[in-house]
Structure formats: C-alpha cells, structure tokens
Design a protein. Structure first.
Length: 456
C-alpha cells in the first residue's frame, strides 16, 4: 500500500502512508509506526503502540473517519514477546466492538520499530456482516494468498509425498479420501513445517527451531529440521500419547515435557535463552500456506467437487484449504469438522468472533489433534472469508469412522484424522461429490484396538 518509505525517522514525522480510498467505500491506511516529532516514541512497545494508534486515528480523521469505521487491523510485530504489552494498549485505546485483527511476526520493521499497523475502514461506519466481511478480505488481500500456497508447493515438492486421492467405493454416495496419513510423519503437518523452516534465513535457522505440540506438529518440525540439518526442540505436554512422543524423539529432536498449561511459557523461555526460531503449530502464514498445498493436489486430481470436509483444530489446515478452493473452485463448499466436545470453531464462526473453550472441556475429546481451545488470530479471518460451515460429530461417530477407515478403506487414521469421514458417514447424501481429508494416522495402538472392537 505504501508509495515511498522515508529514508529516516525525521522524514516520517507524519506516518508515510497516504490514505487510499476505493469507489466501493473501502479506506486503506498502512504503514503506521510509533513515530512522533521525527523519532520513535520512547518507552518501548507500549509507547510505540500508543503512538502508532494515535497516528492511525489522525489518518482516519483526515478522511473524515474514526475508529468506529475500522473493519480490519493488521499488527506487525518485530517480536511476538511484545504481544501482551501491545494487546493491553490496543484494547485500552480501541472501543468495543473492535475490528477483526491479525497479528503477524516479521523479521524487521523500518527504523527498528517494534510495531506497525495496517488498517481497513468502511465509509458508512457500519461493521460488515459475513458477506461484506468476505468482500473486505478479498479487496484488501488475505493474510495468505493462492500465490503463497503455489510458492509453498514448489518449495516443499521434493520432501513431501503427493498423497493419493482414493475413491471410497464402499461408502454410500460419492466419497473420496485424501490420504495424508501416508506422509513420512503420518500427518499433513509436514507440509507446513517444511515450508516454514524453508522460508527462514539459513543463518537464523542454524541456531535451531522450536515448537510446542501434542504430537503431529512436533514430529513434522523434527523431520523438517533433520532434513535441513538443524537442531529441533519440541515442548510436549505430559499428556501426549507415547507413540507420538517416541516418534518425535526418534527423529532426533530434544523433547521437553511440561504440564499442558505451561507450554507457551516454556516455549517463550527457551526462545529467549537459546535464540531458537519458533515454528507455530498453526497460526502462521508460512505454516498455513504449506498446509494448503494438499488442496492444490485435490483440485488437480478430481473435477466437479461439491464439498471438501476438513478437520479443524487451530485452523491452519482449513485456512490453507479455504484459500485454495476459493481461488480455484469457488463453487466448491469448504466445511470444517470438529468434535462436539471441542466445538470452539463452530461457535466462533457463528458468533463472528473468536470464542475460547476451556482447555479442560476440549481435553475430553478422543480427537487429541483438534483440542485447541480457540482459533488463531491469523486463521480466524481466513476461516471467516473462505469457509462455508463447521459441523460437529460425536465421540462414538469418531471412533466408528476410525474403525470403518481401517476395515473398509484399509487406512489407519487417528481420531482427528477420521473427523471428516465421520461427518460424511453421518449424512452421506448431504454433501454431494465429497473429498474428506484423512489428516493423520498416528494413533495409539490401544486406542485403535478399542475402535476396532466397536466394528461389527
């Protein structure tokens, strides 16, 4: 959006981005830094955030607008360690109801600033409904684009399996299965990990990579790190299944086991002390773009798809799939699937805001890969813009689908990986020609035996 960036803070006495307006009534303001009187506001991230918001307010006022006209704000942070302090000032300054917001970590900002704001407003001052919000996202550009996914496909092509799309002739209707359980690590997560690590500067990633994960993402990061020749540290909850812990350790990663509610704090501490690069499980543009590559394969392999059913945890997979499907097959519906016991995404999409479930509640589900208690700040706007619906399935339906995939489809799926199949089998004539993503197959043997015991 920026025309010409200033070469020194002195030239940025007034934020350097002009106000851009479209005939449709959208107003774009980008590049708002915490600069006043020719210099960054002293006092750290809180002062910079306050000044950047003041500059944004002034730019909006120059167009006859105020904060109530905002519909989307993108916050760029040089360090995600500053996020809590930024959040405090942001929520103190912007009145309710606040616009949709995305936070993105970047390697560097102009003048060594710690925060930068981009914003979108509408002239009528009305917060948009779902259809209008999609138009805003389309006009302004989503956080992840089809171009990002195409680039990711090229970047990871030599390391991932182009998994088959299998026709489920045993199922009623017209069902096809995207068998991501056949990846080297047993799940789709390898795509995002490879893309994210591949995008980092070699000198930065050489210090090592870090993530927190209950299993599949941790294995993916460990595998991708080994392929890149860099060390990996994986913070795992003590409740993680032994099969996933052992598989991650076998890939050469250092495993640090902590209480589930200590994962974020431990990850932040390790990052600060050891200078490791964090690869988030889902809420990162490079991870999302990598996951979306499987949707390109689906659309290349099968025509006239009515519905793609996608498991939903933190939203990384469905966000990437949604971006691709909306760009390349707009008639195809993207439907997310969650356990009934962990339905935060369903509630979020319905209420048009991120709804957080209690972690204790989501932990009741057998589908451990989808127990995220809230959608990500990057993934949620993408889901709003590209996903048609989110449905839920019961614990019995999940285990029945695990058994059916094994006995009829000859595919080993973990409960999270069986969610989409469970949704289809619950109402097979609702979705038309359907692709169900079998997202992973790293199931504990005892749980697989339990599921198979249910099969007639």
């Amino acid at each position: 959006m920026t025309d010409t960036a200033p070469t020194s803070p002195a030239q940025a006495r007034h934020p350097y981005s002009p106000v851009r307006q479209t005939p449709a009534g959208l107003v774009f303001v980008s590049g708002q830094l915490g600069i006043a009187d020719g210099a960054l506001a002293p006092g750290g991230i809180a002062a910079e955030t306050r000044q950047a918001l003041a500059n944004l307010r002034d730019k909006l006022a120059s167009a006859g607008l105020d904060f109530s006209h905002l519909v989307k704000v993108t916050v760029y942070l040089a360090s995600m360690d500053d996020r809590n302090a930024m959040d405090a000032i942001y929520h103190e300054t912007l009145p309710e109801p606040r616009p949709a917001r995305t936070c993105i970590a970047v390697a560097e900002l102009p003048y060594r600033a710690r925060v930068e704001l981009d914003a979108i407003a509408v002239r009528d001052g009305q917060r948009p409904g779902a259809a209008s919000r999609t138009a805003v996202e389309t006009a302004s550009g989503l956080a992840v684009t089809i171009g990002d996914v195409v680039a990711a496909r090229t970047r990871i092509a030599g390391d991932v399996v182009r998994t088959p799309l299998l026709q489920a002739t045993w199922a009623p209707g017209d069902l096809w299965l995207k068998a991501e359980n056949l990846q080297p690590t047993g799940a789709f997560k390898l795509r995002g990990a490879l893309n994210a690590i591949g995008r980092h500067d070699p000198q930065v990633r050489a210090r090592g990579v870090l993530t927190h994960s209950s299993g599949n993402h941790g294995q993916a990061v460990a595998w991708a790190a080994r392929a890149a020749g860099v060390p990996a540290v994986i913070v795992m909850p003590r409740t993680a299944t032994e099969v996933k812990v052992a598989a991650t350790r076998a890939l050469g990663a250092e495993i640090i086991s902590v209480a589930a509610d200590q994962r974020d704090l431990t990850t932040a501490d390790l990052r600060a002390r050891r200078g490791l690069t964090v690869i988030p499980p889902y809420d990162h543009v490079d991870v999302i773009a990598g996951q979306g590559t499987l949707a390109i394969e689906i659309l290349d392999d099968l025509a006239d798809i009515d519905t793609v059913l996608v498991p939903v945890g933190g939203g990384g997979l469905i966000s990437g799939v949604g971006v691709v499907v909306r760009a390349r097959s707009p008639r195809t519906r993207v439907v997310g699937v969650e356990p009934e016991l962990a339905a935060d995404a369903r509630d979020s999409l319905a209420s048009r805001r991120r709804v957080e479930w209690d972690a204790g509640a989501t932990s009741r589900s057998v589908a451990d890969g989808t127990r995220a208690s809230v959608l990500g700040e990057v993934t949620f706007p993408l889901i709003q813009a590209t996903v048609d619906e989110i449905v839920t399935v019961s614990e019995d339906q999940i285990l029945d689908a695990v058994a059916t995939l094994a006995c009829r489809g000859h595919l080993v799926a973990e409960p999270s990986g069986a969610l989409s199949t469970a949704a289809y089998l619950a109402d097979p004539h609702r979705y038309g020609r359907t692709v169900a993503i079998v997202s992973g197959g790293n199931i504990d043997p005892a749980l697989l035996s339990r599921a198979l015991a249910r099969s007639p």
